[in-house]
Design a protein around this ligand. Structure first.
Ligand code: NDP
Length: 453
């Protein structure tokens, strides 16, 4: 086999990715971050070069794009675009969430499916990488409109997914309600009750702790990192962004472990509560976001000790020991990272996917703080989704305590894999590098076994 990549250096590889994916900055960013570590690691490993493994993982198996028509409450016909990106199924069926948000583009979903491939490999469970979604904006829509949209979306998606093919889950804008509408439509079209989606309700095949798993897992990962320095969460202050599923459950676990949560946010701004956002306040936020569908700005009316910072302000200027970005991609840039570092932040655990831009990643790496990329620290959600798939296949359900132990073990296992490939001669662990290499190696070795496919 010719050593085709032998002469391609990192800048040329990235230039090729840019050329083949015009107008897709998020995808190029995600590939660049991984390639920086992989190129160094595979420098002396000819088999990966010869088989063009990274080049192949950075080319999705397929990208399905489709029209989603639906009727709003006024009878107007609305047209959205839907996608499913099936990135790589070398180690198991495609698996990854569905996102409904106006910022969704093919580039965003391709970056998420690419990242998901490494994340799923890191969990140790047999899951490939995929992601899907639509530029549909659920904000301000009635429950009936959401239902009609979900049904229309699934009317096309159903032909591309299956319990052993591709198993979507929730993500931004897609929670238990939307999964219910989509599963209902899938079942109606196919007459099949199978584990084709995860994040289902407990009465119809869902798993205990799935809702909590991403946020809790990000904090377990943080705990593991702190332990390497003889530290723990008790008594530490935490700045968290977002106020959705991941943010509220990360906050809940920080509080349970004795930490103090200072902030939460949404796309309009953030709240800073110097008294700490305790469990009662987190419950209030969950109700605000999930039931009353309000905005985080409302928090200060209920809790006047807090201040609200609008105009899309982000919370990274609030001094803290720990930072957990749990909202969305590129919400923490190089300047924000420098601010956190200047204020003495000692650890960052990403609940969101790629919340830190490349400048921020480089700043955290250079400062050698404890910094966990989302593909490692937020893998708890997809891990419990993997456990939901197992329970569905076996037609059984595990108890909560068993699942909590499994989640903690999986997060500890991911942490171990990061140490194995990310620990340097000086004892410092580069978790980004560790996660990239460990995830890559598992997928790459499976691809080598399959030959040229
Ligand atoms: P939710 O929809 O429950 O919450 C998203 C939160 O992020 C909301 O507070 C939302 O505010 C905020 N947000 C969304 N877009 C932006 C933006 N452009 N700027 C600032 N804030 C924004 O989603 P999740 O909590 O499920 O997901 C959050 C992140 O975690 C995403 O990156 C997701 O991919 C990742 N993730 C989620 C997993 C899961 O199990 N749910 C698993 C692994 C990763 P607003 O209300 O204003 O939109």
């Amino acid at each position: 086999m010719p050593a085709a990549e032998d002469h391609v250096d990192l800048p040329r590889f990235i230039a090729g990715v840019e050329k083949r994916n015009p107008g897709q900055p998020e995808f190029v960013q995600a590939v660049t971050e991984v390639a920086e570590d992989i190129f160094e690691w595979i420098g002396d490993k000819v088999k990966y070069h010869e088989a063009q493994i990274l080049r192949r993982i950075a080319e999705p198996d397929r990208v399905i794009s489709f029209r989603v028509c639906w009727q709003d409450d006024k009878g107007h016909i609305r047209v959205q675009r839907g996608w499913r990106v099936q990135n790589n199924n070398s180690i198991g069926p495609y698996k990854g969430g569905i996102r409904f948000h106006p910022s969704v583009t093919e580039s965003v979903l391709k970056f998420l499916a690419f990242e998901q491939t490494f994340k799923n490999a890191l969990t140790g469970l047999p899951m490939g990488g995929g992601k899907g979604g639509s530029n549909f904006n659920p904000k301000g829509k009635s429950a009936n409109e959401i239902m009609r949209f979900c049904q229309s979306f699934m009317t096309e998606l159903y032909r591309h997914i299956g319990a052993d093919v591709d198993v979507p889950a929730g993500d931004i804008g897609v929670g238990g309600r939307e999964i219910g509408y989509m599963f209902g439509q899938y079942k109606r079209i196919t007459n099949n009750f199978t584990g084709v989606l995860t994040g289902k309700g407990l009465e119809w095949g869902g798993s205990l702790i799935r809702t909590e798993a991403t946020g809790y897992g990000a904090v377990y990962f943080l705990q593991n990192m702190l332990k390497t320095k003889g530290e723990d969460i008790a008594g530490k202050t935490a700045v968290i962004s977002g106020s959705g599923n991941v943010a509220t459950h990360a906050a809940e676990k920080i509080v349970a472990l004795g930490g103090k949560v200072l902030t939460l946010s949404d796309s309009d701004g953030f709240v800073h509560d110097p008294d700490g956002i305790g469990q009662d306040k987190i419950d209030w936020v969950k109700d605000l976001k999930n039931v009353r569908r309000g905005r985080i700005a409302d928090y200060v009316k209920e809790f006047p000790g807090a201040t609200y910072h609008g105009d899309g302000a982000r919370p990274w200027g609030v001094p803290c020991d720990l930072a957990l970005p749990c909202a969305t991609q590129n919400e923490l840039d190089g300047k924000d990272a420098e601010t956190l570092l200047a204020n003495g932040c000692m650890a960052v655990s990403e609940g969101a996917n790629m919340p830190t831009d490349l400048d921020g990643v480089h700043a955290f790496k250079a400062a050698k703080i404890l910094y966990a990329p989302g593909k490692a620290s937020n893998a708890g959600g997809v891990a419990v989704s993997g456990l939901e798939m197992s329970q569905n296949s076996a037609r059984m359900s595990w108890k909560e305590a068993e699942l909590q132990t499994m989640l903690q073990d999986i997060m500890a296992g991911i942490h171990e894999r990061c140490l194995e490939y990310g620990r340097g001669a000086d004892g410092h662990t580069d978790y980004v590098k560790g996660a990239n290499i460990a995830g890559f190696k598992k997928v790459a070795d499976a691809m080598l076994a399959y030959g040229v496919v």
